[in-house]
Ligand binder design. Structure first.
Ligand code: TYD
Length: 139
């Protein structure tokens, strides 16, 4: 499997300010293992809904809970990694090659995803059996 590192939480800078706090990330930061090509965000998720359920062949991601709280569940074909994101000053790095689902969204949550590629459906594996087959082929 073409994974470059394990999923992990990246602590982002926090600029404390009585007017409101600020965090950021940019290309070239040593904590960010890829250059950002695209940003998308998921919001208005109804209670009990699940997002994701796919893996990416090439795209790497950084997932941030801009608001609220949700779980990110990652599977490398052997092991599940589960993270609860609820801090806008932390990002979860997700390498390519991991099956992922997002669930347990609190009302009002905003999930921002920074990713290393522009959108291409060809980069997705959306069938879990196909993902498992691919994982075993790559080993
Ligand atoms: P989908 O990949 O199913 O969302 P999730 O993050 O829950 O897996 O995407 C939903 C729809 O949005 C699908 O038709 C593809 C489209 N889409 C884009 O057009 N551009 C994008 O950057 C993304 C992430 C999705």
């Amino acid at each position: 499997m073409a994974t470059s590192a394990k999923p992990h939480i990246i602590d982002l800078p926090r600029i404390y300010d009585p007017r409101g706090n600020l965090s950021f990330i940019q290309n070239g930061d040593k904590e960010l293992p890829f250059d950002i090509e695209r940003v998308y965000w998921i919001y208005d998720v109804p209670a009990g809904e699940e997002r994701g359920a796919h893996s990416h062949i090439h795209a790497k991601s950084l997932i941030v809970a801009n608001s609220g709280s949700f779980n990110v569940n990652l599977f490398d074909g052997h092991e599940w990694y589960r993270f609860t994101l609820n801090r806008p000053y932390q990002g979860l790095y997700v390498p390519n090659g991991y099956w992922r689902t997002l669930d347990n969204f609190a009302s009002g949550s905003v999930c921002m995803v920074l990713t290393s590629t522009t959108y291409s459906e060809d980069d997705y594996i959306r069938d879990f059996d196909e993902f498992m087959k691919q994982t075993q082929t790559d080993e």
